[in-house]
Ligand binder design. Structure first.
Ligand SMILES: [Fe+2]
Ligand SMILES: [Fe+2]
Length: 321
């Protein structure tokens, strides 16, 4: 046996001994110790013209009840193995017909509703009932009992944002059904500030000074603490003024946007993505992005971004692109 063959045999023996001992030596593979990893999340746009007719067909195939508690269609990012809008953010559109109830339950993921269409929707959280009108935002904190219903005469639609991908990654997913379909509703002021009304948010946005990267933007903040509405995500309302073009930047956070009003475009890593009212779009971490509007009307965007999560971990970075 040559010296080289003996060395190879010794190395192979060493590797099999390592494996048997439950160990790995990353230096056995060529390349850097901390390997670069491409973002699984991709830039994506979901069109309202595709979403809406499909959402309206969902009652043909399911009725909300125990076992199938929420009639939702989830945004599926082609790069994310868990089939959510982003690797941290799950976004769905929920649909309820008049008289329907989505039964009460609680779970570890936090949820944020943003009302899209229809009158008569409500969410009850720990006995406090919140009537949701177009543009209202309602926060369902982790492990709070919640049920939804439609007391109106037309179907209702809202969008749900959940931190469930993070909860799943942390292997701390828990969910309990409530003993009844709905919770008894308390009277009097709610125990916590969980309902952010459209008129209030829109008026506050009007008072904000423009920013070169986001034009006019405000974050929904818990008035009791000044913190983001849930620990992992910030929710933002943003107005791009007519003909405006923002400067491009890169952030280590990721974002999913919903177009509340108007039309425009977002350039993500050099690719222009046009959007119009009702559309959703996703911006992956570290992608250079800038927004612009078309026409003479402003565009209003609602977004959910994992900035607070990245900040808490010390990983939030932003730089001009
Ligand atoms: Fe839920
Ligand atoms: Fe940004």
């Amino acid at each position: 046996m040559s010296i080289q063959a003996a060395a190879t045999t010794a190395r192979e023996e060493f590797v099999s001994t390592l494996t048997a001992a439950g160990l790995d030596a990353p230096w056995l593979e060529p390349g850097p110790l901390i390997r670069p990893k491409k973002s699984a999340m991709r830039a994506a746009v979901w069109r309202w013209r595709d979403i809406e007719p499909l959402v309206r067909r969902t009652p043909e195939f399911m009725a909300p009840g125990r076992g199938a508690e929420r009639r939702i269609l989830r945004l599926d990012n082609p790069g994310v193995p868990e089939r959510t809008a982003g690797h941290t953010i799950s976004i769905a559109v929920q649909y309820l017909l008049p008289g329907e109830v989505a039964p009460a339950h609680r779970h570890t993921p936090n949820a944020i509703r943003f009302m899209l269409h229809g009158e008569g929707a409500y969410t009850t959280i720990e006995g406090d009932k919140f009537v949701m009108r177009r543009g209202d935002l309602v926060v369902t904190p982790s492990m709070t009992w919640h049920d939804h219903g439609n007391e109106g005469h037309e179907p209702v639609m809202w969008t749900d944002a959940l931190d469930s991908p993070i909860v799943r990654y942390l292997e701390t997913l828990a969910m309990d059904p409530y003993e009844g379909e709905t919770q008894p509703v308390r009277t009097g002021p709610p125990a916590r500030h969980l309902h952010y009304r459209w008129e209030t948010a829109r008026a506050e946005l009007q008072r904000c000074a423009p920013d070169p990267y986001d034009d006019v933007i405000m974050e929904y903040l818990d008035p009791a603490t000044g913190d983001s509405v849930i620990p992992a995500f910030g929710c933002y309302l943003q107005m791009l003024r007519p003909g405006g073009r923002t400067r491009a930047h890169r952030e280590t956070s990721s974002a999913v946007y919903h177009v509340v009003e108007g039309r425009g475009f977002t350039t993500i890593d050099g690719v222009r993505h046009d959007w119009a009212e009702g559309d959703f779009f996703a911006i992956p971490p570290r992608a250079a992005h800038a927004h612009g509007t078309e026409g003479t009307a402003p565009a209003v965007l609602y977004s959910v971004q994992d900035v607070p999560l990245l900040r808490t971990l010390g990983f939030y970075r932003v730089e001009p692109a």
